[in-house]
Design a binder for this molecule. Structure first.
Ligand SMILES: [Mn+2]
Length: 268
């Protein structure tokens, strides 16, 4: 008898999995606190939360087949190599299981660029539903084109990608004016494959204080959950949860991330 338990009791192989978990501990262009330990502490929080959801009567950890693929081997300080590693990993994941739903745990928001491009490649086109306090539509940051505050601008350079932003409350005039007719701010009317990205700073700092760049006057958890439930009615093909700067077990932001993960697993 082995008196042991696996990281996740509900794990299965990639070929038969419904959901593939993938950590991306990249935190190289972050201007605030490091978010490289996000995947570690979000995984711990997922292990700690109850599976059963009284509201829906469902337990996603029983019904869903999860495959935890571990973390992408990121190259600190080098986005080019890290982007290749993320895209190639996701390409191989889809080759093994074209229907799998990837859930990526960050890491900084720049990783969404690589993940969304890979998912768009798989599904032909994609609308990114971006929950974030920030627009991340700057053309560059101090001359750097690839940054956690420019990823959305780079994503729009892919003609297969459309963008919906929700919860934004902090931006520069010049990163919004050229895009306000192109970037939508409502889930209603979105059709086709979608990808959800949750920057945890969309939540109020009182709810999720451990994030790379906290922003006052954010959403409460119930408000975010209501919007996420609505987003999950779309044809969602994957998601990420990013910018968790937790540095210990049991912190609020990692717990919020785990709760988001669980609920999306129920609704999607
Ligand atoms: Mn943000």
């Amino acid at each position: 008898m082995l008196y042991t338990h696996k990281t996740f009791e509900y794990e299965s192989g990639l070929k038969e999995a419904d959901v593939a978990l993938l950590g991306v501990p990249f935190s190289s262009t972050e201007t605030g606190r490091s978010v490289k330990h996000g995947p570690l502490f979000i995984r711990e929080a997922i292990r700690d939360i109850a599976g059963f959801d009284p509201k829906t009567g469902k337990n996603p950890f029983e019904g869903t087949k999860f495959c935890d693929l571990g973390n992408v081997s990121v190259v600190p300080g080098n986005w080019k190599l890290t982007e290749e590693a993320i895209r190639e990993t996701l390409r191989d994941v889809f080759q093994e299981n074209p229907e799998v739903f990837p859930v990526i745990l960050g890491g900084e928001h720049l990783i969404t660029l690589a993940a969304a491009n890979a998912v768009a490649e798989q599904h032909g086109s994609l609308t990114i539903i971006d929950f974030d306090a920030h627009r991340d539509l700057m053309d560059d940051w101090m001359g750097e084109k690839h940054s956690h505050i420019t990823w959305a601008r780079r994503a729009l350079e892919n003609s297969k990608i459309r963008l919906v932003q929700i919860g934004c409350r902090s931006w520069n005039k010049d990163e919004w004016e050229p895009f306000k007719d192109r970037v939508k701010e409502a889930i209603e009317g979105v059709t086709g494959p979608a990808y959800i990205t949750v920057d945890l700073d969309v939540l109020d700092p009182s709810v999720a204080p451990e994030v790379g760049t906290p922003e006052p006057e954010g959403m409460g958890q119930r408000e975010l959950m209501g919007l996420l439930e609505k987003a999950c009615r779309l044809d969602v093909k994957g998601m990420d949860i990013v910018e968790c700067s937790s540095d210990s077990v049991g912190t609020q932001t990692a717990l919020a991330a785990a709760h988001i993960f669980k609920k999306v697993m129920i609704w999607k």
